[in-house]
Ligand binder design. Structure first.
Ligand SMILES: [Zn+2]
Length: 340
């Protein structure tokens, strides 16, 4: 099969990889209907994370089950399935508490690489959610978005306690931040402030339910949020970038007693204890337990109540993955869908 492999920073090649096979009796093998490039794939692509050699890329996936292991009970060949970037058993104590991304048996799909034609999915019964029937083609991008960016944005909104009566600010206008806007809207937030200085992303934020756009960032962005909230700050802030600047902006934009949901993969962020102490904000985040939300998200997409697939503004054949990475790296595309 073909799959994307990162050889060195900036060097993604689509090449022949071994077809995956069932290794554990709880595995499934799926044929990808669509896959995509994640903002987090840009960290190794830019050399911020150093790969130790050629590594398969990708952790988002939807597809048709080809084969299942002997111990797989609920997932069947022929089903169209969606899974998260962490494979999880969905039965351990942490999974049952809703933290499948910290499952005691978790497997990171990024180590398997799903920017490919086929993929092995560990812990198939716990990891995969099947649709009632194979979806019409126009629903595939939204179902793929549920695999990571929608689920991650949703967790950011839940962790930030977005809800009725709340003012929610969203730091980051990538696909996760935009999905955080969508989630905050669905969760009933009263006012949703998207922080973005890019016109196409502002438009999508408004389409997803943002009520205000703030173009300032850093200290100016914080000042603007304070000004819009009677000097208090937002009740809920979703942090969807993962840098020192964005995390600082998020914490300082939150009112005492408020909540920060941080879902941008943290790189080099350090929090000063004294500022944290006096901020009186709740911090919750980390790798999103997307599996917790998948059944509900798939259902909302199936009933066409949400359309998160709009974050994909560039579609390329898998063979052109290198161009997809360039487009995301240069912010020419919000998110790139790859067709295997
Ligand atoms: Zn578990």
């Amino acid at each position: 099969m073909l799959g994307a492999v990162l050889h060195a920073p900036g060097d993604v090649r689509v090449e022949e990889r071994a077809d995956p096979a069932i290794i554990e009796p709880t595995d499934a093998v799926i044929r990808l209907s669509a896959t995509c490039i994640c903002g987090s794939d840009l960290w190794p692509y830019r050399g911020v994370e150093k790969p130790g050699g050629p590594v398969p890329m990708g952790h988002e996936y939807v597809g048709i089950v080809e084969e299942v292991g002997a111990d797989v009970r609920t997932i069947k060949p022929g089903q169209f399935v969606i899974g998260s970037f962490w494979a999880s058993d969905d039965t351990c104590e942490l999974c049952r508490a809703g933290y499948q991304s910290s499952c005691v048996h978790r497997v990171l799909m990024g180590t398997i690489g799903t920017q490919s034609q086929l993929a092995r999915v560990p812990l198939a019964d716990g990891t995969l959610v099947a649709t009632p029937e194979p979806p019409p083609a126009d629903l595939v991008p939204s179902l793929l978005a549920a695999s990571d960016v929608l689920g991650t944005g949703w967790f950011g909104a839940v962790a930030a306690e977005a809800g009725p009566g709340k003012t929610v600010a969203v730091v980051g206008d990538g696909a996760v931040g935009l999905c955080g806007v969508l989630a905050a809207r669905r969760l009933g937030a009263e006012r949703i402030i998207a922080m973005s200085r890019h016109a196409p992303r502002q438009e999508l934020a408004l389409a997803f339910g943002a009520t205000d756009i703030v173009t300032e960032r850093g200290a100016d962005g914080v000042a603007k949020i304070k000004e819009m909230t009677g000097g208090l700050g937002a009740h809920s802030v979703i942090e969807a970038v993962g840098t020192q600047e964005s995390m600082t902006q998020a914490i300082r934009s939150t009112r005492p007693g408020g909540h920060v949901g941080f879902v941008g993969v943290s790189h080099g962020v350090e929090l000063p204890g004294e500022e944290l102490f006096f901020s009186q904000v709740h911090l919750h985040g980390g790798p999103a337990p997307v599996r917790r939300f998948l059944p509900e998200l798939v259902d909302l997409i199936w009933r066409r109540e949400i359309d998160p697939g709009r974050v994909f503004d560039l579609t390329l054949p898998l063979e052109e993955s290198a161009e997809g990475y360039r487009a995301m790296d240069e912010r020419r595309a919000i998110k790139v869908l790859l067709t295997p």
